[in-house]
Design a protein around this ligand. Structure first.
Ligand code: TYC
Length: 104
């Protein structure tokens, strides 16, 4: 009998194997604001998320109109790194652009 913490159900082998093949995914969400320029948001989306200029423009306008929008979906470490890159570019350029990662 394996020792477990109270209230902790050990993950079965089948569930662990499933997890190895399918890491949890996180959506990177870009937030609208009134100060960051449209041109800068497009440049960030191209640089950080490797989108074409036309796709980046479509995503930027969607965020501008709706208040937020998904830029991409990634395993957690990659999503968190991209959020950090967005904030670093924004800070360097003195824009308040914000992004978050949320589990998909
Ligand atoms: N709302 C900004 C403007 O009108 C543009 C913008 C779009 C800012 C998307 C942030 O995530 C953003 N200049």
């Amino acid at each position: 009998m394996r020792q477990t913490l109270p209230g902790h159900q050990p993950e079965g082998v089948a569930a662990a194997q499933e997890r190895l093949q399918q890491p949890r995914l996180y959506r990177v969400v870009l937030l609208n604001d009134d100060y960051t320029t449209m041109d800068f948001v497009v440049r960030v989306i191209v640089a950080v998320f490797h989108r074409s200029a036309s796709e980046a423009t479509r995503i930027m306008l969607d965020v501008h109109r709706k208040g937020m929008g998904v830029v991409g979906t990634y395993p957690r470490d990659i999503a968190v790194t991209k959020v950090t890159q967005v904030h670093a570019m924004a800070r360097e350029n003195e824009f308040p652009l914000r992004a978050t990662a949320e589990e998909a």
